[in-house]
Design a protein around this ligand. Structure first.
Ligand code: THU
Length: 138
C-alpha cells in the first residue's frame, strides 16, 4: 500500500513539470522496476503535434535507458493544467499500453490510475490490453 501512495506522489510531482503548451493537459507517471527503483515521467509536446510523447513512455524510456527491463507497477495522473486537484482518472493511451507490454508480465503489471493518494483504481495490463501481441510471438 505504501508503495502505491509513493508512486502516486511521484507521478503528481512529475506532472507539475509537464511540457504541454499545446494541449495544456498535464500527465505524470511513476514506474516501479523489478529492482524497486522508481522512474517518473511527464508528457512532452511538440509544435509538430504528432511528435508528442506521453508521460508513461517518458518514464519507460528513462528506465530502459538505465538498463531496467522489467516493471511491476505504474501510477498515472492527468488532467487540465489549471486543475491541481484532479477530478478524473487518466487512462493510458493504446500506444503506451503496448510499450508497457514489452517490459512486464501483463497479468502482473499493476496500472494505478489516481486522482490523489487516496482516490485510485488498480488494473492489470492484461485487463487494459487483452490478448496482446508480445515478444513471445517473434
Ligand atoms: N497523454 C499522456 O501523456 N498519456 C496518456 O496516456 C494520454 C495522453 C498526453 C499526450 C498529450 O500531451 C496530452 O496528454 C493530450 O493528449
Amino acid at each position: 500500500m505504501e508503495i502505491i501512495k509513493k508512486l502516486i506522489s511521484e507521478a503528481l510531482i512529475a506532472r507539475k513539470s509537464a511540457y504541454t503548451p499545446y494541449s495544456k493537459f498535464k500527465v505524470g507517471a511513476a514506474l516501479l522496476t523489478s529492482t524497486e527503483k522508481i522512474y517518473s515521467g511527464f508528457n512532452i509536446e511538440c509544435a509538430a503535434y504528432s511528435m508528442c510523447n506521453c508521460a508513461e513512455r517518458t518514464a519507460i524510456f528513462r528506465a530502459v535507458f538505465d538498463n531496467h527491463r522489467k516493471f511491476t507497477h505504474i501510477a498515472i495522473v492527468g488532467g487540465p493544467e489549471n486543475q491541481e486537484n484532479l477530478t478524473d482518472f487518466c487512462p493510458p493511451c493504446g500506444a503506451c499500453r503496448q510499450v508497457l507490454r514489452e517490459f512486464c508480465d501483463p497479468k502482473e503489471l499493476k496500472i494505478i490510475l489516481a486522482k490523489n493518494t487516496e482516490e485510485y483504481k488498480i488494473f492489470t495490463l492484461d485487463e487494459l490490453l487483452l490478448f496482446s501481441f508480445g515478444p513471445q510471438y517473434l
